[in-house]
Design a protein around this ligand. Structure first.
Ligand code: SMG
Ligand code: MG
Length: 368
């Protein structure tokens, strides 16, 4: 595959409802969409970096810079035999996994289109539908949270994750648990606690949670290990796992028992496949995380989550949960059994809705 032209777009899309986490509140989502032309085919990739460096240090602006000045020049006009070659071609650039993942996604989409096979098929996906849940942001009060959760249950979601932070945690989780005793429930702190909070977090142990996601700092496997020793509830790491090596080390030291996998966070689908492989070999529960993706990134997540090692429901909700208007013609819908169908058309299997795309575009750059 030889890409002769790239189009980089910076998008801003209004969210249907604001999404609040321990690091901030967003009423719109920014991302980059990468489009590439190769031998008569067009491939797409989504960069999940957001406007602000809250979830990670990457932003839409840093990703734009890294893609334009370093990553795209490294592959433009180059013959790339397989998408799994991309990480090697980009290895001279340190960090910036979300920018790299977007570029690798373009090659997977092109590869699938050339082979006339869906991404799920190429990866060895085993199911036509993927079990999913919904991630609920911080709400005004425990009562408001219970109401929001109830409305998602009504829509058919059977697994719920709630965001927590200090002062907005135990009461919230207790309220949801009291209202829905049998619900598959988990919490995500996005690094808002310190090891000294262990006695406080231990109160979550009584709530029969599936997992506690990323309670401590993203660069701190060691204290996660110490915290896990004091909790019965399994810890799940998100921000801390940037590679298969991190995943292996975290598991070996006991810093977590479950892994949340996001291809953007780990630098692309190839590294994601390595983590999937590791978890499968070791029997470690794995699930696909979400970054409020557009239809493009959502299609990639569904293909990834169709692999057999994904044993827990993913943060891959229906389009409806995020956007009134998406940039793909396809809208992903929730089936009554809390699953979403995996795309079957070649590559990512999505077609862009050009008018919507134009209306959300803040900036475009064509290379060369
Ligand atoms: O895509 O449904 C989604 C969002 C899932 O909670 C979600 N993602 O830490 O796991 C996480 C957060 C990161 C994104 S915050 C903008
Ligand atoms: Mg998370």
């Amino acid at each position: 595959m030889k890409i002769t032209r790239f189009v980089l777009r910076h998008l801003r899309m209004p969210l249907r409802t604001p999404f609040e986490t321990s690091f901030g509140r967003a009423s719109a989502r920014e991302c980059l969409l990468l489009e590439a032309h190769s031998e008569g085919l067009t491939g797409y990739g989504e960069c999940v970096a957001d406007a602000e460096p809250g979830y990670s240090y990457e932003t839409t602006q840093t990703a734009w810079h890294i893609l334009r000045d370093f990553l795209i020049p490294a592959v433009l006009e180059q013959e790339i035999p397989h998408p799994q070659e991309i990480p090697h071609r980009l290895s001279h650039v340190r960090g910036h996994p979300m920018a790299k993942a977007a570029l690798e996604m373009v090659y997977w989409d092109l590869w699938g289109k050339r082979e006339e096979r869906s991404l799920a098929e190429i990866l060895g996906g085993k199911r036509s539908h993927v079990p999913v849940g919904v991630s609920v942001g911080l709400q005004e009060s425990p009562t408001a949270l219970v109401k929001t959760v109830a409305s998602y249950l009504q829509q058919g979601y059977r697994r719920v994750k709630i965001k927590i932070k200090p002062g907005r945690d135990i009461e919230e989780a207790q309220a949801v648990r009291r209202a829905f005793p049998d619900l598959l429930l988990q919490v995500d702190a996005n690094s808002a606690y310190r090891l000294e909070d262990a006695p406080h977090l231990r109160r979550l142990d009584d709530l029969n949670l599936l997992l506690i996601e990323q309670p401590l700092a993203e660069d701190d496997l060691w204290d996660h290990r110490a915290l896990q020793e004091q909790l019965r509830t399994p810890l799940c790491l998100d921000e801390s796992i940037l590679s298969a090596r991190h995943a292996r080390q975290a598991l070996e030291m006991g810093a977590c028992r479950i892994i949340n996998l996001k291809m953007g966070r780990v630098g692309g689908l190839s590294e994601a496949l390595a983590i999937h492989q590791l978890c499968r070999e070791r029997g470690v529960p794995l699930w696909c995380g979400g970054m409020l993706e557009t239809g493009v990134g959502r299609a990639a997540n569904l293909a990834l989550a169709s692999l057999p090692g994904f044993t827990l429901p993913g943060d891959i909700s229906a389009t409806e949960r995020y956007y009134e208007q998406d940039i793909t013609q396809e809208r992903f819908t929730l089936e009554p059994d809390s699953t979403i169908a995996v795309p079957t058309a070649p590559g990512l299997g999505v077609t862009l809705e050009r008018r919507a795309l134009e209306s959300f575009t803040l900036n475009t750059l064509t290379i060369p």
